[in-house]
Design a protein around this ligand. Structure first.
Ligand SMILES: Nc1ncnc2c1ncn2[C@@H]1O[C@H](COP(=O)(O)OP(=O)(O)O)[C@@H](O)[C@H]1O
Ligand SMILES: [Mg+2]
Length: 284
């Protein structure tokens, strides 16, 4: 079994380090290169995992609205999982500052945007901290649509000097926020040179400015294996959370993404188990 999965299993076994579901946080030291390559779904650990936990199942989160499950149902199981991840990240932050956090994954559709939104929401709900969610997927941005924002300016405009930061930040409010708000820097214009913009000095300066203005800045990224963008963004942050679509993402892809991003930067893992299949149920 690859060491990623060993790390997850150790985390699972260690009370307080993992929620009773699909969200895990492992210290960077656990992320040594895996000796072997194997498909996630061949790893028996996943079956045990699913058996014990009602991981985020399709029927629990099929609609766009339910992606905002933490926002809509702060007492839900999923929200609880993200709160546990947040707590784990906070304990790591006691050792060194973690203000800016990229949410990454190997492939498209693994749940990065959903995870970034949920993590941002539970972070905002905690101790009145100012939290900003930045959509760094300049090619297929989804944060604004998921949160019901219709932006007139976004990240590209800020980087191109066509809008101020304040003009491009939107507030999302809701009963869960108890008077506070999640702030969002979405994407509006989709520039022809996204990778160049994300790698620009302007982007670096912007992230530094945002880190001064907010307690937590969470950055949603495109898939790490297809584009340099996730690596570029992660290099500007204090750490990353990696999303793995359970029973779908080949471990080789996870390993390649960890190598690309630099596994020492990965502070936690979200096991997004939405594609739980019939096999799982037959193990019950
Ligand atoms: N736990 C889940 N259960 C069911 N559907 C999910 C879950 N997580 C994500 N999805 C769905 O999968 C699709 C891809 O998710 P998204 O967060 O946009 O992934 P990414 O940002 O990695 O491309 C979306 O339609 C989303 O609603
Ligand atoms: Mg996305």
């Amino acid at each position: 079994m690859g060491k990623v999965y060993d790390a997850l299993r150790r985390a699972e076994e260690s009370r307080g380090r993992m929620a009773p579901g699909g969200v895990a946080a492992a210290p960077a030291a656990d992320w040594a290169p895996a000796a072997e390559v194997e498909k996630v779904r061949r790893v028996p650990f996943w079956k045990r995992w699913f058996q014990r936990t009602a991981v985020l199942r399709e029927e629990e989160a099929t609609s766009a609205n339910k992606r905002r499950i933490a926002l809509l149902q702060p007492d839900s199981f999923v929200a609880e999982q993200y709160r546990t991840l947040r707590t784990r990240l906070e304990s790591l932050a006691a050792q060194r500052p973690i203000r800016t956090l990229a949410v990454v994954s190997a492939l498209p559709g693994e749940g990065k945007t959903s995870a970034a939104i949920n993590l941002a929401i539970v972070s905002e709900m905690h101790l009145d901290r100012r939290v900003l969610l930045v959509d760094c997927d300049l090619r297929k941005p989804k944060v604004h649509r998921t949160l019901g924002i219709t932006p007139t300016a976004g990240l590209a405009e800020v980087l191109l000097g066509q809008a101020s930061v304040d003009q491009a930040i939107y507030k999302v409010t809701g009963p869960s926020f108890e008077g506070g708000a999640l702030e969002v820097l979405p994407v509006h214009a989709m520039p022809p040179n996204p990778s160049e913009l994300l790698a620009s000095a302007k982007m670096k300066a912007l992230i530094e400015e945002l880190a001064r203005r907010y307690d937590v800045v969470i950055l949603d990224t495109p898939a790490a294996l297809s584009l340099p963008d996730a690596k570029t963004v992660t290099e500007l942050t204090d750490g990353a959370v990696m999303v793995v679509r359970a029973d779908t993402t080949p471990e080789s892809d996870v390993q390649t993404a960890l190598d690309l991003i630099d596994r020492r930067r990965v502070l936690g893992v979200v096991l997004n188990g939405s594609a739980v299949d019939q096999t799982y149920y037959s193990y019950r």
